[in-house]
Write a protein that binds this ligand. Structure first.
Ligand code: IMP
Length: 429
């Protein structure tokens, strides 16, 4: 296995956790480069479901070093809970995990701001995960963020005081919300000092040494390309770059240290939170198309971090083509193929129409994307059960035809196909 970036190329929840977990035994290092506890990577071990928010999905594998890069934002409380959950399951997490000393810390006031801003936005809310992601990245860019390494700094007290003065003014005066106490912040900082600081490391140095020694690296993305702060459906996006390019800046490696980009997407599309979704069929707000309901129910489409019901719709080839371009995707991993079993027909969006004009790419303007009409190709569905299939021969001809058409429309080969939640439910192509 070479050095590969594995990323989601729709609106998140593409099944990255399973794919990374599958690839992890063949690599030496798995490294996260952006996002934080907004991510929820679900792994299934036997009959036990494990959701990881910060820790790279390779942690379950002996001999795999897991790195959390500088591009991520870390909630100390949640990360410690995750570590404890794994320790309880006898996984020696502290031996396998290193955290960049340059990571930004999510502190209690980031969560308060996230929640209060969403309330203040009313109907125009983004539908964030409420984990403090946006405010934390905002502090990073404004150069007032607190990094793991800063826990040892003698001006930390002063900086926290200044941050709290500003944040509490915003919370109380402007957002009419409760202030955050210094005690709450200190408790979080103490926890980070005690449990996370011992794992702090110079991640770029580790990576350079490993790469020089011939080790292979898996760069693990979070969220999806359509949630990227530059390339996604702005402003209905997360606050980090989620594209493949972010792996370089978010870990401190160069472009020559990447050999392949695996784009992970579902055989249909889902989205949580607000924002445009051209091929949407079904949502909790009253959109009720039976095929979309089928996807939501059979696909168990509820957020792994927030439990929110996901919006569902047909595979959007325009979105995936866009993602193939902006990420330089070299192979597609398609997940949840089996969820389409039993549908009489399946649709594939191949272009959009806007004011009588055909669009082949995703418009940058959200209002335009909201107004487009998908142009569909309709293919016959299949009644056979593909759950757990492990070879292409086990798939009905109509399922194979859909995959072929996806490859053509997205101009990218399918290299992996997931047919169920278990590690064994996979076809390598
Ligand atoms: P935030 O990242 O919590 O600020 O949320 C911003 C937007 O990204 C919201 O629409 C969230 O629902 C969405 N989002 C963030 N993380 C994920 C994820 O891991 N999967 C799917 N959607 C996500």
């Amino acid at each position: 296995m070479t050095n590969t970036i594995a990323i989601g190329i729709q609106w998140g929840d593409e099944g990255k956790g399973k794919i990374v977990d599958l690839l992890a035994p063949d690599v030496d290092v798995v490294a996260r480069f952006q996002g934080g506890p907004n991510a929820g990577h679900t792994l299934v071990l036997g009959d036990k479901k494990t959701v990881l928010n910060h820790i790279p999905s390779g942690i379950l594998h002996e001999d795999t070093l897991c790195l959390i890069g500088n591009g991520t934002v870390v909630d100390p409380k949640r990360l410690v809970e995750e570590m404890d959950m794994l320790i309880e399951a006898c996984i020696p997490v502290t031996e396998r995990l290193k955290i960049s000393e340059r990571c930004q810390l999510i502190l209690p006031y980031h969560r308060s701001l996230d929640a209060a801003r969403e309330v203040a936005k009313g109907k125009a809310k983004i539908g964030t995960t409420g984990k403090g992601i946006g405010p934390c990245y905002e502090d990073k860019t404004a150069r007032r963020g607190i990094r793991l390494v800063d826990l040892t700094s003698d001006d930390l007290d002063e900086r926290i005081d200044a941050n709290l003065e500003y944040v509490n003014f915003m919370l109380v005066e402007y957002l009419k919300a409760a202030p955050v106490s210094r005690m709450e912040v200190d408790a979080m900082l103490d926890l980070a000092r005690e449990r996370l600081l011992p794992l702090a490391a110079d991640v770029p140095l580790i990576l350079q040494r490993r790469i020089k020694a011939g080790d292979s690296i898996l760069y693990e993305g979070a969220q999806g390309s359509m949630l990227d702060v530059d390339h996604g459906t702005y402003p209905f996006v997360t606050s980090s770059n989620t594209v493949a390019g972010a792996a370089l800046a978010g870990l401190g490696v160069g472009p020559g240290q990447v050999d392949a980009v695996l784009g992970i997407c579902k055989a249909y599309t889902t989205r949580v939170g607000a924002g445009p979704f051209p091929t949407e069929l079904y949502n909790a707000e009253g959109m009720e198309c039976p095929s979309g309901k089928h996807m939501a129910e059979k696909g168990n489409e509820f957020g792994s971090t927030t439990g929110r019901p996901r919006r569902t719709g047909w595979f959007d080839g325009v979105v995936v083509q866009h993602a193939v371009r902006i990420n330089g995707v070299t192979g597609l991993a398609i997940t949840k193929m089996d969820v389409l079993d039993g549908l009489e027909e399946v649709k594939l969006c191949v272009a959009y129409e806007l004011d009588g004009e055909r669009l082949e790419s995703v418009p940058a303007c959200c209002k335009q994307l909201e107004a487009v009409e998908p142009v569909y190709e309709t293919l016959p569905g299949w009644s056979e059960n593909t759950f757990g299939a492990t070879s292409m021969e086990q798939l009905p001809a109509n399922a194979r035809a859909l995959l072929k058409r996806i490859e053509e429309v997205c101009d990218c080969p399918v290299t992996m196909l997931s047919t169920g939640p278990d590690r064994s439910h996979i076809i390598h192509l």
